[in-house]
Design a protein around this ligand. Structure first.
Ligand code: CP
Length: 303
């Protein structure tokens, strides 16, 4: 039986598959410390195609693949035949004809990885599509939350997702996954950044929820996805929504951000260097989570 599976959104994974990925991630992190990671993807080849810029996700997937012994080919989109008018379908079909073991794609348009998954013969991994989904980010965020609570019960933990939620694929994927894991989610944003999510608690101000949450996930204001200016200035936004040391005080709160951080807009310098802020732990965990995702998708598809 062909067990081919793609990862286009967190909904592609059952809760038991999510738990299996997180367990494997934990083992990879422990194995890394004692230098005992097995090269389970030796002789496999992975292609990355990033039609949008990335610092973390692309390098994290590539490091993850190499740590497991896979080869990586990265298509430089700016030098590809896309500039000669080649369609996305043709680009993907031609890369598929080279018989890679997986293709990792990021695109500015929502739905591209899902469309590609219908006619590509290897697993497609979504590295972020428009404002739709960023499943590996949500999995690494979930792992970081579980690790913070010593891998104990997280059902019922209260999280505020703060910022430009409407345009955020990270928020979409986290709302889906953390909601399924039983976290209590509150969306915090000015009206123009608030999505239509009537089933979730919402607040247009930060202060009233600070004593009500265990976790804050701050998001980047996504200037590139705004079709027109929806606020007077980033400074005005920061005045009300920046996560500052003054605001947080000595509260016992886990602070997350997917990156890139707009310093002193999303989170201030002081909180970024505060031990409660786990931005770089998220990045570190991202490699182990992606090792786990790649291993599962590639080995399952070839079983
Ligand atoms: N978190 C994230 O997606 O970062 P990059 O855009 O740098 O990949």
């Amino acid at each position: 039986m062909n067990l081919m599976k793609h990862l286009t959104s967190t909904e592609d994974l059952s809760l038991s598959e999510v738990e299996a990925i997180l367990d494997r991630t934990r083992r990879f992190k422990n194995n890394f410390k004692d230098n005992s990671i097995q090269r389970t993807l030796k002789d496999r080849l992975i292609i990355t195609i990033f039609f949008e810029n990335s610092t973390r996700t692309r390098s994290s997937f590539e490091v993850a693949a190499k740590r497991l012994g896979a080869e990586v080919v990265s298509l430089d989109v700016s030098k590809s035949s896309t500039s000669k008018g080649e369609t996305l379908y043709d680009t993907a079909s031609n890369l598929d004809a080279m018989m890679p073991d997986a293709i990792i794609v990021r695109h500015k348009d929502s739905g591209v990885p899902k469309i590609l998954s219908n006619y590509i013969s290897c697993p497609i991994l979504n590295a972020g599509d428009g404002s739709h989904a960023h499943p590996s980010q949500a999995l690494l965020d979930l792992f970081t939350i579980k690790e913070h609570f010593n891998f104990g019960e997280i059902r019922g933990k209260r999280i505020a997702i703060v910022g430009d939620i409407k345009n955020s694929r990270v928020a979409n994927s986290n709302i889906e996954l953390l909601g399924r894991m039983g976290l209590d989610i509150t969306l915090v944003a000015p009206p123009h950044f608030m999505p239509k999510r009537p089933s979730l608690k919402q607040s247009h101000a930060l202060e009233p929820i600070l004593d009500e949450v265990d976790i804050i996930m701050s998001l980047r204001t996504q200037i590139e996805r705004h079709s027109n200016a929806t606020y007077a200035s980033l400074k005005d936004y920061a005045r009300d929504f920046c996560i500052t040391k003054d605001r947080i005080g000595d509260r016992d709160i886990l602070l997350l951000h997917p990156g890139p951080v707009n310093r002193n807009i999303d989170i201030d310098d002081e909180m970024l260097s505060d031990p409660r802020c786990k931005v770089l732990t998220q990045v570190q965990n991202g490699v182990f989570v992606r090792m786990s995702i790649l291993e599962k998708l590639i080995l399952d598809s070839q079983a």
